[in-house]
Design a protein around this ligand. Structure first.
Ligand code: SAM
Length: 346
């Protein structure tokens, strides 16, 4: 009992301090401490224009959580660069603070989730709090910036060569379109069309494209996964979206339809194991299963098809779905411990 109580309290501490992480992020406290060296609470409150008493209390949470280093003799607080790389340095490969907003969304959706549990299991993706969509964009962006060109796509035989030569790419469930703009600018000879059923996300993606100088080879359209097209495409990608769909089999069949002969399908999914017992104690699995229960699975159950694949469940299930949709050379091309990259050929 004491062993479990200890773990349980640690989880409470994580949940409690994560709400303070969201605050630090939204109020610019981590940004203000980045590279600033030792600061007093009064300095930080002055720099950020925030209430000095609350800033002092927030710094105390950061200190006991070992996010910042406190020098009690000097009365100062410092955010080490190694911590800033996770909390505030947007282009760092470890910048994962966006996930805190996804977790905040889970608590904000609590009464809707209770309702879903008590009724048909459905909670539409669009009913989630906006912090979820921006959290997803920021959390996934780090992986896209540091993994797509460096590891994910090179793991798929022939993909990079095709993109360099010029390929027609369709992205299903593109969200705010960060991955598409990256693919479009990294491989300018290729064209990328992002599709998403969530209109506000497509509007956000278009706004991001304008911010990025409106590259002519990247565009976004509102469409359901089983209605993308017209094609033909050389590559169809699903970036962390296959498990969110109401009907993944129908979406994969549609992808097969709109792909040119010999075309490639790439699906990037959150890391998971085929056997639940192989994920026991894994922080990645704990985070992803919670997101699956609060966001992805009820979102899928709210759509025609109600497939509920879930964020987890392992590679075997996904490989089988690709084969059932008619694809060949179906493989798990990469396992990064955070993501699984599936590839298949028409
Ligand atoms: C977890 S988000 C990933 C977004 C984006 N790929 C990214 O990586 O940032 C999943 C996306 O799938 C979209 N989606 C869910 N069901 C869909 C469907 N049936 N058709 C098209 N898009 C869908 C959601 O609107 C959401 O933007």
């Amino acid at each position: 009992m004491e062993e479990f109580l200890g773990r349980f309290l640690t989880d409470f501490a994580g949940a409690a301090s994560t709400s303070m992480t969201v605050l630090g992020d939204r109020l610019g406290l981590y940004q203000a401490m980045t590279g600033a060296g030792p600061l007093s609470a009064a300095d930080l409150a002055k720099t950020t224009g925030l209430h000095p008493r609350l800033v002092t209390e927030w710094l105390a949470v950061q200190t006991v959580s070992e996010y910042v280093v406190h020098d009690s003799a000097a009365g100062t607080y410092e955010l080490p660069d190694a911590h800033a790389a996770v909390l505030s340095m947007v282009d760092s490969p470890a910048y994962v603070i966006g996930a805190a907003d996804i977790i905040a969304g889970q608590y904000l959706a609590m009464s809707d989730l209770e309702q879903a549990f008590r009724t048909d299991g459905a909670l539409d993706y669009s009913a989630q709090h906006p912090c979820v969509f921006s959290g997803i964009e920021r959390f996934f962006r780090t992986a896209y910036v540091h993994q797509i060109a460096e590891s994910w796509f090179p793991a798929v035989p022939g993909l990079v060569e095709r993109l360099e030569r010029g390929a027609r790419v369709a992205d299903v469930g593109c969200g705010h379109g960060v991955a598409d703009l990256l693919v479009g600018t990294t491989w300018p000879a290729s064209t990328v069309t992002g599709f998403d059923a969530h209109e506000p996300s497509v509007a956000q993606a278009r706004a991001k494209a304008i911010e990025a100088g409106s590259p002519g080879n990247v565009s976004f359209r509102v469409a359901d996964a089983d209605g993308i097209g017209p094609g033909p495409y050389d590559v169809v990608v699903f970036f962390d979206s296959l498990h969110d769909l109401g009907d993944p089999p129908a979406a994969l069949r549609r992808a097969h339809e709109v792909l040119a002969e010999g075309g490639l399908l790439v699906a990037v999914e959150p890391w998971s194991t085929d056997r639940l017992e192989d994920s026991v104690g894994s922080p990645v699995a704990r985070i992803d299963f919670a997101a699956s229960t609060a966001l992805c699975t009820p979102g899928s159950l709210a759509q025609p098809g109600r497939y509920g694949l879930g964020t987890q469940g392992g590679p075997a299930k996904r490989l089988a779905l690709l084969t059932e949709a008619g694809f060949r050379e179906v493989e798990l091309a990469a396992d990064t411990g955070f993501n699984l990259v599936f590839a298949a050929t028409k």
